[in-house]
Design a protein around this ligand. Structure first.
Ligand SMILES: [Zn+2]
Length: 168
């Protein structure tokens, strides 16, 4: 899923948390900033991955890694539990949406014990065999990205829900 879609999924999560706990969460700039950062945190691995198709096989896209981080945060930061909750929901939703919308990279559910990637649709590894910072290849990938209408619909629905959630 693209960065912008992850960011709007963060807004959607914030909106749901505001509904559940309006005394803690709000539509303040600080919460929007944390939502953008947390919703995109797993994709930091793109900076040290050689190719787009292998960037998910890292600790940052590992549910096991984030489960441990979540547990540690909840234990050592009891006063910032609201922030830990925002982070945990965002990173796990990121992994789930990558599982749904991945074209060339899935989610290595059992990483670091296994590098086998899982995804709802069949992955086309050769399509993502380029650096994420290669502009020409990224443009070609962008055009191919719209071939799977179901995945486009899923990502589009999240994006629109995110936009609506901050407007209402
Ligand atoms: Zn990702």
């Amino acid at each position: 899923m693209y960065t912008i879609s992850h960011a709007f999924s963060g807004f959607l999560i914030l909106r749901i948390l505001i509904e559940i706990s309006p005394e803690i969460y709000s539509k303040s700039m600080i919460f929007f900033m944390f939502s953008i950062i947390f919703s995109n945190l797993p994709d930091l691995d793109v900076f040290w991955s050689k190719t787009l198709n292998d960037h998910h096989v890292s600790f940052f896209h590992s549910p096991i890694f984030w489960s441990i981080i979540s547990l540690v945060m909840i234990i050592i930061l009891p006063r910032q539990r609201f922030l830990s909750i925002l982070l945990i929901i965002n990173v796990f939703f990121h992994l789930f949406t990558d599982y749904l919308t991945g074209r060339t990279a899935g989610i290595a559910i059992f990483f670091p014990f296994s590098t086998k990637e899982y995804s709802i649709f069949k992955l086309d590894k050769k399509d993502g065999n380029f650096s994420a910072f290669n502009i020409k290849e990224s443009k070609r990938f962008f055009l191919k990205y719209f071939k799977n209408k179901t995945q486009v619909l899923i990502e589009g629905a999240i994006l629109v829900a995110g936009i609506i959630s901050i407007m209402i």
